[in-house]
Design a protein around this ligand. Structure first.
Ligand code: HEM
Length: 203
């Protein structure tokens, strides 16, 4: 990464690293370590979740032909790809779990008290399948029209790449999957909840 920063410093290009270098060189707002961290976070957070979500979208539609038919639909009656993508992010979120550490005493969640240093596992997948929030949650319904799932998080740390990810999935995986292929892999249509199970075992 440092080598690439050196190359861009010598030969600027129309890209994010060049923009970050310009900010760093303009004053005391960003140093080289921070550029390295920013780019690595963006690469890891942006690449892997998106790659896997594109796969999830493809698999969901290939195994649910009734659902892609409602996206292809009759003219004027189709479900928008963006709406369909949100339902797939709810139904089978790639990022099943995030952790937080309690920073102050007196935190109570769901009637349970937490103290400084306690570790909390937030099961995004489980919340997205909460029947009190989403009726018949295990049913994939691309016309559901619910963007209030937490596939991108649900608080102050919210996914900075959500608009880009929605665009990528809606413009690539959805049209490809809707071309008419079908797949019966003989395997579960949704990703097994390995993170949830591992975390529960280690808690
Ligand atoms: C479908 C693809 C994606 C999914 C499902 C996804 C999901 C998430 C989730 C659940 C979080 C955690 C929110 C929290 O801590 O509560 C997150 C954070 C983040 N995402 Fe994404 N993401 C995706 C694509 C992207 C892309 C394309 C980028 C960048 C170009 C990106 C950049 C980030 C960053 C930087 C954070 C950390 C935000 C923070 O801590 O303030 N993500 N994402």
């Amino acid at each position: 990464m440092r080598e690439l920063i050196g190359i861009r410093r010598a030969r600027p290009a129309a890209d994010l690293i060049t923009d970050l270098i310009e900010v760093a060189d303009a004053g005391d707002r960003l140093n080289e370590d921070e550029i390295v961290c920013t780019v690595i976070v963006l690469l890891n957070a942006g690449h892997e979740a998106t790659v896997n979500t594109l796969g999830i979208v493809m698999r969901a539609l290939l195994t649910h032909p009734d659902q892609w038919l409602s996206i292809v639909g009759d003219e004027g009656d189709e479900v928008e790809p963006a709406t369909a993508v949100d339902e797939m992010l709810r139904w089978d979120p790639r990022l099943q779990m995030f952790e937080r550490w309690v920073l102050e005493d007196g935190v109570t969640i769901g009637g349970r008290e937490f103290g400084v240093g306690d570790r909390i596992g937030m099961l995004f997948g489980a919340a997205n399948g909460d029947p009190a929030r989403f009726p018949d949650p295990d049913r994939l319904d691309v016309s559901r029209g619910e963007s209030t799932h937490i596939g991108f998080g649900g608080g102050v740390p919210f996914c900075i790449g959500a608009p880009l990810a929605r665009l990528e999935a809606g413009r690539s995986a959805v049209p490809v999957a809707c071309r008419g292929a079908r797949a019966d892999t003989g395997r579960p249509a949704r990703v097994p909840a390995v993170f949830r199970d591992r975390w529960a075992a280690s808690a």
